[in-house]
Ligand binder design. Structure first.
Ligand code: SF4
Length: 307
């Protein structure tokens, strides 16, 4: 499959069939913490980066197999999915192909565009990111293309809340020393009050990011923020590998076998195991948590080794 990956274990969506709408790594941001590595095509241009028909054909064939199952179909992958200009057709096509719930992971940068908001109306759950609510922290952490401002992101989220009847699970990823100050929490609190997400998902750096400045905050800090934001706020809990099916266990084992032979980057593993980087990252998450892999930095690049 060229455009689908998984189902992979997702901390938020159970078993998620990923739909990769842009090639590695097309994004309007270049986040310090990006687990996929540095952005190579930094753009806000909307294009048909992968063929709409090809994506829908793969989905049809996948759901044509009666033994296939997943908890969510998720628009995500190797960059920012809303950059795909055929988003409306893809969303509508998925809804015709399957009744499985559809999720969208987005960095929120294009939600200010009414065409994008119209395209995502049929989605069941949108998981937009809002890591910072002040220009300084936003620029430092998310490193957007020049045309994207934090004010337009917040207004896009507000418009989404008004127009969208599905669930909004807002993700906020904290990096130590960047968006964890009292002033930043205050600004985020105000944005959250306005956007009224159904859930607020608190996260921090759990895998090596694209840049070394991306450092995690403590669990204690996340718990303080969770208490402040109340019942809707949750700290995203890791998934366990015992919940994987046979195919996923095989993929996990493929990665372990490779790492026992040589240290690899996420890109090396994706190429050797015929997976997309986002899929490799999900499996690495489990392996790290279970102490089966370690990471090491060599000449600024993150390598993984069997632990
Ligand atoms: S974390 Fe998401 S938004 Fe940020 S650079 Fe990576 S793919 Fe883009």
């Amino acid at each position: 499959m060229k455009y689908l990956f998984g189902p992979v274990p997702s901390r938020r969506l159970g078993l998620s069939l990923g739909v990769d709408l842009v090639p590695y790594k097309v994004c309007s941001f270049d986040c310090l913490y990006c687990e996929l590595g540095r952005t190579t095509s930094h753009t806000s241009e909307r294009r048909e980066y992968v063929p709409t028909r090809g994506v829908l054909d793969e989905l049809r064939s996948c759901f044509g197999d009666s033994g296939f199952s997943c908890d969510y179909v998720t628009l995500s992958g190797s960059g920012e999915p809303t950059l795909h200009s055929g988003l409306a057709d893809i969303v509508a096509g998925i809804k015709e192909i399957t009744s499985r719930p559809l999720a969208l992971l987005t960095n929120s940068s294009l939600l200010n565009d009414p065409e994008v908001r119209r395209a995502v109306q049929p989605v069941d759950v949108i998981l937009p990111s809002l890591d910072a609510a002040t220009p300084k922290a936003f620029q430092r952490l998310n490193r957007p293309v020049d045309s994207v401002r934090i004010e337009s992101i917040i207004s896009g989220l507000l418009a989404l809340r008004e127009e969208f009847s599905g669930k909004i699970w807002l993700e906020i990823l904290f990096c130590r020393g960047i968006n964890d100050s009292d002033a930043e929490i205050e600004a985020l609190t105000k944005a959250i009050e306005d956007v009224r997400p159904d859930k607020i998902q608190l996260n921090t750096v759990v895998r090596p990011g694209a840049y070394r400045e991306a450092q995690s905050v403590s669990l204690d800090f996340l718990q303080q923020v969770q208490r402040r934001w109340g019942e809707r706020a949750e700290i995203i809990a890791p998934f366990s590998s015992s919940q994987l099916n046979h195919g996923q266990q095989d993929s996990l084992q493929q990665i372990i076998d490779l790492l026992q032979r040589r240290p690899c980057t996420v890109q090396d593993m994706a190429a050797s195991c015929a997976m997309v980087p986002a899929e490799v990252v999900k499996f690495l998450d489990l392996l790290k948590k279970e102490g089966k892999v370690k990471e090491s930095i060599h000449e600024g690049e993150t390598f993984f080794v069997a632990g």
